[in-house]
Design a protein around this ligand. Structure first.
Ligand SMILES: Nc1ncnc2c1ncn2[C@@H]1O[C@H](COP(=O)(O)OP(=O)(O)OP(=O)(O)O)[C@@H](O)[C@H]1O
Ligand SMILES: [Mg+2]
Length: 261
């Protein structure tokens, strides 16, 4: 479990995170939900140590991360897998070399054979067993995300962070990527944090959802609770989609039908 306590972050006097406290639960897909510019990526960067918060603390399974010794921070960093927005693959490396890269960086004790086996295993796990020799320019956007996921989990990550894994994908491919992230989360009991503004993802994989609004956490709960949340800013956000409005109507009708039986 990752615990975040009272995180604040400003840029040139402009407060972006205004005292956020929340937890990311183990073995679950924790979604950071919110409109553009609400501070989701800044929060994620603070949590993984790419940015230093001005105030507050971050704890990974009981070990304080923020302001701790370099060695302790490095130990935690080794357990973090990241799926970057846009996949961020190295264009000049094959798919297999991309997945091998963090193993070379983080686990120098592994032999070449062990690395090759691990790459093969991870590519198979994401359904890309035959794509190892391809270059990133030769594969589709959905396949790139899969390679990004394989690369993130290659060093056996305990924590997985995904910044908008669905951006630029069609709805069906998005669903498959969501399902893959969820399966991997459950299978390896990973603490997964996913930034999204996609309501489909919320409904599909939102085990624990944290709603950010203008640098504040306004609500958290599950996918089963979100459609009935009574926070006006959250309602405005989720019901801006006509698809979600229709889903809510069907849900209400089903329930009123059950009650009248
Ligand atoms: N390095 C930085 N320096 C200055 N301001 C920044 C920096 N990073 C982010 N900001 C500002 O912080 C605010 C929140 O940005 P952030 O990237 O966290 O938004 P977001 O919720 O991830 O939005 P989106 O959904 O569009 O990705 C924005 O106003 C942004 O301009
Ligand atoms: Mg962002």
């Amino acid at each position: 479990m990752i615990e975040i306590h009272n995180i604040e972050k400003s840029f040139d006097g402009n407060a972006v995170l205004k005292g956020i406290s929340c937890t990311f639960e183990t073995g679950k897909c924790n979604l950071l939900l919110g409109g553009s510019g609400t501070g989701k990526s800044v929060l994620l960067q603070c949590v993984v140590g790419l940015m230093q918060p001005d105030l507050g603390s971050i704890t990974f399974d009981g070990t304080v991360f923020s302001n701790n010794k370099v060695q302790v921070r490095q130990e935690i960093r080794r357990k973090i897998g990241m799926l970057f927005q846009g996949s961020a693959l190295f264009d000049s490396m094959t798919v297999a070399k991309n997945v091998e890269f963090p193993l070379q960086m983080l686990t120098p004790e592994m032999s070449r054979e062990e690395r090759r086996d691990r790459v093969e295993f991870c590519l198979k796990r994401v359904g890309l067993e035959n794509a190892g020799d391809k270059m990133p320019s030769e594969i589709s956007g959905g396949m790139k995300k899969r390679v990004g996921i394989a690369r993130a989990i290659a060093p056996n990550c305990t924590y997985l962070f995904c910044d908008e894994p669905n951006s630029g994908l069609d709805p069906l491919t998005s669903l498959k990527i969501d399902e893959l992230i969820q399966e991997i989360t459950y299978e390896y009991n990973i603490t997964t944090v996913i930034i999204t503004h996609d309501m489909n993802s919320v409904i599909e994989i939102g085990d624990h959802i944290i709603f950010l609004y203008q640098g504040l956490k306004l609500w958290d709960g599950t996918k089963d609770e979100i459609l009935n949340a009574q926070v006006p800013e959250l309602k405005e956000f989720i019901f801006s989609s006509s698809l979600v409005r229709a889903a809510k109507r069907i849900d209400d009708e089903t329930h009123s039908g059950v009650e009248s039986l």
